[in-house]
Design a protein around this ligand. Structure first.
Ligand code: PFF
Length: 448
């Protein structure tokens, strides 16, 4: 395995475990711990949760499998993969959606990851207030107002660029292997703590008891968007990662394991956040700031809150890095393989674009908060457009392409799956995925 993969000799993940750990590393991140609770809170809890889980299994796993297959069989970035499989103009559309979305997501994601670093340092230095219930919001505003988020966004992007400079497999593989289990253990511990909170029952009911009266087109759209975002789907991220899989990696098993662990982390985050929300009389509808306002209260319940808080934000920061590294890889692989740039130059170009987008998003919480498009700040617009529109459209193209336009995918990647799985996946890719995505998109713009 080489640290700096060149185009002709692509790196390959050393073991099957490394392949799973790395895809889980991409999938598990702020999407599970920050975005899932805030989206569930805004969209009524239980109804959102049920739709999310259904979409993960009905759409997420088949699209993930299809992306894996395309990536490994072509050993290419998203443009190259469609090109080698004769994707024509449809492939070029998917490629453009993928590269554009990856850079937009990297922009707003870096801002939230920047908050994580700020909370990490504040916690380490004892500046986080764990005692004053109700101070969470003021504290968040204080920590993230004005130009400060810009600084933390730049610091985060610098860390991301630094890791990317060191190559595809080395840093990411090692970090994911250790980090994910540790983060998981910490979440379990915080869940146990949630049992002891007075609002536990109410929080759990809010999260798991669906009120189908709340099932609006916007809930369906957001739950589908969350499934795509959380599984890093629809933009060629998993395709690019699968291009580094070895022939021995079981695609179906990797897809199911990734989807299962990813959803589990999101549910655990919900079980931590909502009991705290109800225990402290906060609103579940706080939006993107929810988790950062509530978590200090959670830590305040634990003996040695400062240590737990520091450890948690450290792990969250590292989990964000494994996700941003994977999304950066999409544009870097494209610049290297299609534009024939050197890897370092490609990394710098991607980072520079993300920096510009990141600055705009960071300022959305301060000086640019009045700049809105369709009622959304730049941060919210990037988030909404990528998760709810671009990624589902990208996923629809993957499913139509593999379901209808490829001749017997088994011959493209003969090691893909056993035939029963193959026919199940193909049925989903032909009918269920494109149909459901199209219906939900049309429904949300009022055309159905
Ligand atoms: N799935 C990541 C998360 O849940 O935090 C976010 C993400 C990573 C989205 C990579 C898209 C991507 F290409």
């Amino acid at each position: 395995m080489t640290g700096q993969p060149k185009i002709k000799e692509r790196a390959v993940f050393a073991t099957k475990f490394a392949a799973v750990a790395t895809t889980v590393g991409s999938a598990v991140g702020l999407g599970n711990i920050w975005r899932f609770p805030y989206e569930a809170g805004v969209h009524g809890g239980g109804a959102f949760m049920i739709c999310y889980v259904v979409f993960v299994f009905l759409i997420g796993i088949p699209v993930l499998w299809a992306e894996f297959m395309m990536g490994r069989s072509t050993r290419s970035n998203i443009f190259g993969a469609y090109d080698k499989l004769r994707g024509g103009w449809l492939g070029r559309v998917a490629g453009i959606i993928g590269i554009l979305s990856s850079l937009l997501i990297l922009s707003f994601y870096s801002v939230v990851a920047g908050w994580t670093i700020e909370y990490l340092f504040s916690s380490l230095l004892g500046w986080l207030n764990f005692t004053d219930i109700g101070a969470g919001h003021d504290q968040f505003v204080e920590l993230t107002s004005g130009w400060r988020p810009v600084l933390w966004t730049v610091i985060f992007l610098f860390c991301n660029t630094f890791i990317l400079f060191r190559g595809v497999t080395k840093g990411i593989e090692r970090a994911s292997n250790i980090l994910m289990p540790l983060l998981f253990l910490l979440l379990i511990l915080f869940c146990c703590n949630a049992f002891t909170m007075p609002g536990f029952g109410e929080g759990i009911r809010y999260l798991f008891k669906p009120d189908f009266g709340q099932l609006t087109p916007s809930v369906l759209l957001s739950a589908m968007g969350q499934a795509f975002f959380s599984l890093s789907l629809g933009l060629g991220c998993m395709m690019t990662y699968a291009s580094y899989f070895s022939e021995r990696t079981g695609l179906m098993r990797t897809a199911v394991t990734t989807a299962f662990l990813d959803s589990l982390v999101a549910v655990l985050a919900g079980v931590i956040i909502f009991p705290a929300v109800f225990s402290f009389g906060l609103s579940p509808e706080a939006g993107p700031t929810l988790v950062f306002e509530v978590l200090p209260h959670v830590f305040s319940q634990l003996p040695g809150g400062q240590c737990w808080s520091t450890l948690f934000f450290l792990l969250l920061f590292l989990a964000s890095l494994t996700s941003t590294v994977s999304m950066s890889e999409i544009s870097i692989a494209y610049f290297c393989e299609e534009q024939h740039m050197g890897r370092r130059r490609a990394t710098l170009v991607s980072s520079a674009i993300a920096l510009v987008g990141g600055l705009l998003c960071a300022l959305s919480f301060g000086p640019l908060s009045d700049l809105t498009i369709a009622g959304m700040t730049i941060f919210e617009l990037f988030d909404y457009f990528t998760s709810n529109i671009a990624l589902p459209v990208g996923g629809m193209i993957v499913s139509i392409f593999v379901g209808w336009m490829l001749n017997r995918p088994a011959s493209v990647d003969r090691l893909a799956v056993k035939s029963f799985h193959m026919s199940l996946m193909m049925t989903c890719l032909r009918w269920v995925c494109p149909g459901a995505i199209l219906l939900i998109l049309l429904n949300s713009i009022g055309l159905l």
